[in-house]
Design a protein around this ligand. Structure first.
Ligand code: AR6
Length: 182
């Protein structure tokens, strides 16, 4: 499914984000930036060790205590098709989704897009941040994700294409419902 708002195409698809050929892909990382499971594990495994080296440097130079939830940083894409990986940290929901989790998740998407804009990135792919290991409810997380993206592109027309690359049909359907409801 796809829609166009303000010159930016929003695309929802089922797929593996590590295969995307957008200029940047977004990693659902954790504060350590040292890798993990899920999307994070897949990105580091396919992208190779240079991504981790850059993450270590970012930790040393800018975030010795870890990347705060809702913030974003950028590395190159190593061996991936994408030129860049934007690493962000979503909230740990453990199934609850109060205003606090909503705001932090919103920030994770919005700050990733702000960083993409600063780097002149024209196309970007997002996974469904925080809905795996961090257990945010997918329907609510989908609405927040789409709201953040749409708010951003209503203000900025710099990014041409934003993809949501969803791992399963089930998650895809939830995003589709959320987009239809906006
Ligand atoms: N491509 C697209 N989506 C994927 C892929 C993939 N290759 N692999 C998994 N997903 P998660 P989180 C989906 O757990 O909830 C890590 O250990 C997955 O099915 O990757 O933000 C980090 O290091 C789910 O729908 O991210 C953190 O510690 C969605 O991506 C923690 O998990 C997000 O699942 C972050 O947890």
């Amino acid at each position: 499914m796809e829609i166009k708002i303000n010159g930016t195409k929003i695309i929802l698809k089922v797929g593996d984000i590590t295969e995307e050929d957008t200029q940047a892909i977004v990693n659902a990382a954790n504060s350590t930036l040292m890798g993990g499971g899920g999307v994070d594990g897949a990105i580091h495994a396919k992208g190779g060790p240079s991504i981790l080296e850059e993450c270590k440097k970012i930790r040393e130079e800018k975030y010795p205590d870890g990347l705060p939830t809702g913030e974003a940083v950028i590395t190159t894409g190593g061996n991936l098709k994408a030129d860049y990986v934007i690493h962000t940290v979503g909230p740990i929901c453990s199934r609850k989704f109060t205003e606090r989790e909503e705001k932090l998740l919103y920030n994770a998407y919005y700050n990733s897009l702000k960083l993409a804009k600063e780097k002149g990135i024209k196309s970007i792919s997002f996974p469904s941040i925080s809905t795996g290991a961090y257990r945010c409810p997918v329907d609510k997380a989908a609405r927040t994700a789409l709201k953040a993206v749409i708010d951003f592109i209503k203000k900025e027309d710099c990014i041409q294409q934003i993809r949501f690359v969803l791992f399963t049909q089930d998650v895809y359907e939830k995003y589709k419902e959320a987009l239809n409801g906006i």
